[in-house]
Write a protein that binds this ligand. Structure first.
Ligand code: ADP
Ligand code: MG
Length: 233
């Protein structure tokens, strides 16, 4: 069943068409990948889905409800969680408090400990978020998204800027979030091999247009992917 349906969305900025008639369909239980070179419209598409940006044309339906015009917090309340290309955490709060801001009812609960454990943050739970390394900040951001009752997470380049050990850890966390917690994931990623290792289905953007879609196996052998990444198209 389709749970997020983006249909023919166009988003323009002055001088740039960031998205041009883009359609994607997100179904239950799966990990969806969104790839494309820098500037191809990936972040803009996440911003349209979660209500940061209003497109000039097209429709977004979340669980059948038209969400164009709703505010980001209204869309978040519908169960759509989000992380950012550059992690956003509250620097002056402790790691634990950062998670509790997302969901105060978790205070002193098993679930809070479970999240700290899952994202490898237990040992630093009382430290200020500003003391964390970049990879830990990304983990904390994901823990904050998981603390809400979101059923889908939109992840913008979760592996960006991480060293190889943190990448491994992050990939495992993303898989767990999908497999153990049943969350749907739409993940933007630059590193194709790593994305292909976790995604069930992939959309390719280029110059604001959707140029290909399919399973990782199909995408890997796609001529268009090769053109987009290696020949400049
Ligand atoms: N707020 C904005 N104002 C003007 N142009 C923007 C804005 N956000 C994105 N763009 C432009 O839209 C295009 C797509 O950007 P973006 O969605 O960030 O790409 P990606 O995430 O794939 O790297 C780029 O040309 C970018 O410069
Ligand atoms: Mg981006």
């Amino acid at each position: 069943m389709s749970i997020i349906n983006v249909e023919s969305v166009t988003k323009k900025f002055i001088g740039v068409t960031a998205l041009s008639k883009v359609s994607i369909d997100i179904k239950e239980n799966k990990i969806f990948g969104l790839i494309g070179p820098n500037g191809s419209g990936k972040t803009t598409l996440l911003n349209v889905i979660n209500g940061f940006l209003k497109p000039e044309e097209g429709q977004v339906k979340i669980k059948g409800k038209n969400t164009i015009g709703l505010k980001p917090h209204e869309i978040a309340r519908m169960g759509v969680g989000r992380t950012f290309q550059f992690p956003r955490v509250f620097s002056k709060l402790s790691v634990e408090s950062n998670i509790l801001v997302s969901n105060p009812s978790l205070e002193n609960t098993k679930k809070l400990n479970e999240l700290l454990q899952m994202f490898d943050l237990m040992a630093v739970k009382n430290r200020l978020a500003s003391d964390l390394g970049y990879g830990q900040k990304k983990m904390l951001e994901l823990a904050r998204a998981m603390a809400t009752d979101a059923w889908i997470l939109l992840l913008d380049e979760p592996l960006g800027g991480l060293d190889s050990k943190s990448i491994e850890k992050m990939l495992n966390c993303i898989k767990d979030i999908n497999e153990q917690y049943g969350k749907v994931i739409l993940v933007v990623e630059h590193n194709l091999d790593q994305l292909f290792s976790i995604a069930d289905y992939v959309y390719v953007l280029h110059g604001g247009k959707k140029v290909e879609e399919g399973t990782p196996r199909e995408i890997k052998s796609s001529k268009i992917l090769h053109d987009v990444y290696f020949r400049g198209f």
